[in-house]
Design a protein around this ligand. Structure first.
Ligand SMILES: [Zn+2]
Length: 423
């Protein structure tokens, strides 16, 4: 963009030099330096820092005629024009600052795009008329006529556009910055997105103008501020793309999947239902960053962490082995399982008034399970010793006999008290 503007400037300068009328001094004069009105220039250009009412330093090397020069700034200049009714107008215009230039360049479209209005050629191409629209009570409609130097360079030239310090101080603050609008320019990227879609339809490759959308961050300074970290180039546990992804994730706060999405071109649909293609929002350094396996981020893992109970195992019953103990046991009493349980909160005995000592209360019991019928008998016990367990067993057998007139043929249990001699 800057290069383009400077090229335009050079061609005008060359034609002015050929005429050798306008550029007389080797060092341009702030008040006398002319401005060329040029729709071909993407932005304006000025050699004078004192033209600007707001300013942002940049460093863009551009190829000038003999050697490389540097555009050192971009900002809004305030230039003075005389309207056809004699009123003085002060217009804010977007310009590059190239100190080595010796003419000014005015890009009318940057003004019209921002503030409306139009320009046209009149009277067989001898004048250009800029129509400035009515913008409220203090901005009536105006006309600026710019003569074209027909005998010489055949360029529309403006003279005495510079403003003095007093004008800048009083009027400058009332003008709107052209810079803010252009930094957030959406129109440019929209056009580019449309072009990209057209190229895709014809199967042509797309190239994105990186000069236009500069969205690059320096991680180096951040790295220097902090100690060696996971995202450091020296970390060999992650691949280059993974480290880049992690840095972007930290920088933007977006999830890494989202960052990867922003790294690929994407299709969009405009309000008139036409498809367009947008360039990557983030330009990755490595090609595979948009598709590399997503690394772990310590901060995110901590944020997602949940409390877990250690040592708890979950078991799932195996389908084929369910009810394995009950199979082949057809009759009640053929197969009885036994086990004991312990209760930490002692339970009251059914007799008395609940004033028995803690040691004399129920502390557990034995459960009997008949495999064939699924019948269950629970016997509470004060102690889980063999003696009391045998009493429980007898009670169970009595219950089973009274109920079904059967005797237990086989008991099944684990070790514990059932192995004891008494039992
Ligand atoms: Zn994270």
């Amino acid at each position: 963009m800057a290069q383009h503007t400077v090229s335009r400037y050079n061609s005008h300068r060359a034609s002015l030099l050929l005429e050798s009328s306008s550029i007389a001094h080797s060092t341009p004069d702030f008040e006398e330096c002319p401005a060329v009105w040029d729709t071909g220039a993407s932005y304006g250009l000025t050699p004078f820092a004192s033209d600007f009412i707001d300013y942002k330093e940049v460093n863009i090397p551009v190829q000038d005629i003999a050697h490389t020069n540097t555009v050192v700034g971009i900002g809004t200049v305030m230039w003075k024009f005389e309207a056809s009714d004699g009123t003085l107008l002060y217009l804010p215009l977007l310009c590059y600052h190239l100190p080595t230039a010796d003419i000014r360049l005015l890009s009318p479209q940057t003004y019209h795009q921002l503030h409306g209005g139009e320009s046209r050629l009149v009277e067989q191409g001898s004048w250009i008329v800029m129509d400035l629209p009515d913008l409220g009570p203090h901005h009536p409609r105006h006309k600026i006529s710019i003569p074209i130097d027909k005998r010489g360079t055949n360029l529309p030239m403006l003279y005495r556009v510079s403003c003095d310090q007093k004008e800048q101080d009083t009027i400058g603050p009332n003008l709107r910055s052209a810079l803010a609008r252009h930094a957030l320019d959406f129109k440019g990227s929209w056009e580019e997105a449309q072009t990209a879609f057209a190229r895709k339809q014809f199967g042509m490759s797309r190239s994105w103008n990186t000069d236009r959308e500069e969205f690059d961050f320096e991680f180096k300074t951040t790295q220097a501020l902090f100690c060696p970290c996971v995202g450091d180039d020296a970390n060999k546990n992650l691949s280059g793309p993974q480290r880049e992804l992690l840095l972007w994730h930290w920088r933007t706060g977006c999830s890494m999947r989202r960052v990867q999405q922003l790294m690929v071109e994407h299709e969009g649909i405009s309000s008139n239902d036409e498809s367009v293609i947008f360039p990557q929002v983030i330009k990755p350094k490595f090609k595979s960053t948009s598709s590399c396996p997503i690394p772990l981020c310590a901060a995110c893992e901590l944020a997602r962490a949940k409390k877990r109970n250690p040592g708890v195992k979950k078991q799932q019953a195996i389908k084929e082995r369910q009810d394995i103990l009950a199979c082949n046991q057809y009759q009640a009493g053929d197969f009885v399982s036994m086990d004991q349980y312990v209760v930490n909160t002692p339970g009251r005995l059914p007799t008395g008034y609940g004033r028995e000592g803690i040691n004399n209360r129920y502390h557990g019991g034995t459960i009997f399970n008949d495999a064939a019928t699924g019948g269950i008998w629970v016997e509470n016990q004060v102690s889980l010793g063999a003696g009391e367990t045998i009493t429980s067993k007898k009670k169970f057998e009595q219950w089973l006999f009274e109920l079904a007139c059967i005797e237990v043929k086989h008991y099944c249990s684990d070790n514990g008290v059932f192995d004891s001699e008494l039992f």
